[in-house]
Design a protein around this ligand. Structure first.
Ligand code: ADP
Length: 481
């Protein structure tokens, strides 16, 4: 199969969250299974041509409204693989410090930036004579490709492809004022007819949903949840109307990057049949984040975006109790300034129990996943979540709310003594979170039980193999339509 994988970020080139992790592995896994795959993303400032030895393969112009933009395409190759990586270079749009925003504020021309990316892709494929069987789009940034292929690019080569759109997070939809729609040059009736319209604005994700052959999302539970008002962010009706084309496929993790037996970022490697070195990773972490080495104190780790989604407000409410119970909490993340302020205030009151770092630091993330005892994800909603799977791989027991992919991957250790691998709570309240942590602490105090939990966690398989096969099965199904 020929597959085009279009995405706004991918490891190792550019990353703000889990989307980049997925895009860094799934295309590779599909290529490994014998398919010809092209991964395509914007050439952001931080992606250096020399570092990846990128070759210039094509240049052409595209139009957006009355403006013309010069597009340069760069290609990198993964030696020995059928995976190609293509970069769309439009300096006025991507040669910037941030991917989507600067100082927590979205760029005002994000519509133009990702519309140009989508148009450039539609123009590119016939030019490089790569006519994919499957065009796989990710999130709102590339959703516009679906209506483009169904209308303006019909009969221009790529329209034979089946379109799969994966929703990684429904809370980001690409909603812009109606005036932006006019830049695309669609006839006016397509505003409604092609599903762009959303309460008078343009909604790029909605149009993607309406014009794709299949819509996938990143866990079976989330595929159900997003058809309800609580999780649908206004698109529940649209998604429900396409329920027979909506499929949940759980993400995997990159087991080469996230593997305690091979990890070069951690002080000692360990594996399921000998977890003893993990304690050294714990003391190293305590030292590194200036919490004072105390091997008995349970450490709660958090690595992620500091946003409302992640349930961070619950922590503030129970911090006094957590300090009293002797927990140490290590937070690594960037995001909403209100959470930065909240953590700064808490740190003043509980200097011995809390450490934070408001940076994006892959090395420290590894150190936390390995060194913490428990991993905190009390998310309000969580499409899939990678943190809980990574932490399980490191024998760091997840504390999660029962939602989305968290519900699909973490089994409560009290409810299921044989398969339990974490601690799960349902109600989104600080008291429910605290009760859950109290249960976890009790299990932690029973060292034999805890060791067994860690062993079970490290032995789980979250590699991409199964999920990649599920995508291929879906692609094959799409090709029979
Ligand atoms: P989301 O996609 O909602 O951001 P996920 O749990 O799916 O959340 O994925 C987050 C990914 O980004 C994980 O690989 C996590 O380790 C990483 N990550 C998030 N914030 C940081 C940070 N500040 N420093 C290093 N890695 C981070």
């Amino acid at each position: 199969m020929k597959i085009l994988y279009a995405v706004s970020e991918a490891v190792p080139y550019a990353k703000t969250g889990g989307l980049a992790d997925v895009a860094g592995v799934l295309p590779k896994a599909l290529a490994k299974l014998g398919h010809e795959v092209n991964l395509i993303l914007p050439l952001y400032r931080k992606i250096k041509l020399e570092q990846y030895e990128l070759q210039n393969i094509l240049s052409y112009d595209i139009k957006l409204g009355n403006n013309s933009h010069k597009v340069t395409i760069w290609r990198g190759a993964t030696p020995g693989s059928t995976l190609g990586t293509l970069f769309v270079d439009i300096p006025e749009f991507y040669d910037r410090d941030g991917l989507y925003q600067i100082k927590c504020v979205d760029y005002s021309d994000n519509f133009e930036r990702y519309a140009a990316f989508s148009i450039a892709i539609c123009e590119l494929m016939p030019r490089m004579k790569f006519i994919p069987d499957i065009v796989h789009l990710q999130d709102w940034h590339t959703s516009l490709i679906a209506p483009l292929l169904r209308t303006k690019y019909r009969g221009k080569g790529m329209d034979v492809a089946k379109i799969i759109l994966t929703i990684h997070n429904l809370s980001f939809q690409g909603i812009f004022p109606k005036a932006k729609f006019d830049l695309l040059g669609f006839p006016e009736q397509d505003f409604f007819g092609r599903g762009f319209e959303f309460w008078g604005d343009v909604n790029l994700l909605k149009s993607g949903i309406m014009n794709s052959d299949f819509i996938t999302t990143v866990s079976p539970r989330y595929a159900e949840e997003i058809q309800s008002m609580e999780f649908g962010f206004g698109l529940e009706g649209v998604l429900h109307s396409r329920a027979n084309r909506l499929v949940g496929i759980l993400n995997g993790i990159d087991t080469e990057e996230w593997n305690p037996a091979l990890d070069r970022d951690i002080i000692r490697n360990y594996k399921a049949d000998d977890l003893r070195p993990k304690i050294l990773c714990k003391s190293f972490l305590q030292d590194e984040v200036n919490l004072g080495v105390d091997l008995h104190a349970p450490i709660l780790g958090f690595v992620g975006r500091l946003t409302d989604q992640k349930g961070f407000d619950l922590i503030a409410e129970i911090m006094t109790n957590l300090a009293k119970d002797g927990f140490q909490i290590v937070v690594l993340g960037t995001g909403d300034p209100k959470y930065h302020k909240m953590l700064e205030d808490l740190k003043e009151r509980y200097p011995k129990n809390l450490s934070y770092s408001f940076t994006f630091d892959n090395h420290l993330a590894h150190v936390i996943y390995a060194g913490a005892d428990m991993f905190l994800m009390p998310s309000k909603f969580e499409p899939c979540g990678l943190g809980q799977m990574i932490s399980l791989a490191y024998g760091t027991i997840p504390i999660v709310r029962e939602t989305g992919g968290l519900a699909d991957t973490v089994i409560d250790a009290d409810a299921d003594k044989t398969n339990g691998n974490g601690f799960v709570f349902s109600e989104y309240t600080d008291s429910a979170l605290y009760a859950n942590l109290t249960r976890a602490k009790k299990a932690y105090a029973d060292s034999e039980r805890w060791k067994e939990l860690m062993r079970r966690a490290v032995s789980l398989d979250f590699s991409w193999d199964k999920s990649a096969q599920k995508y291929l099965d879906l692609f094959s199904r799409a090709l029979t339509l």
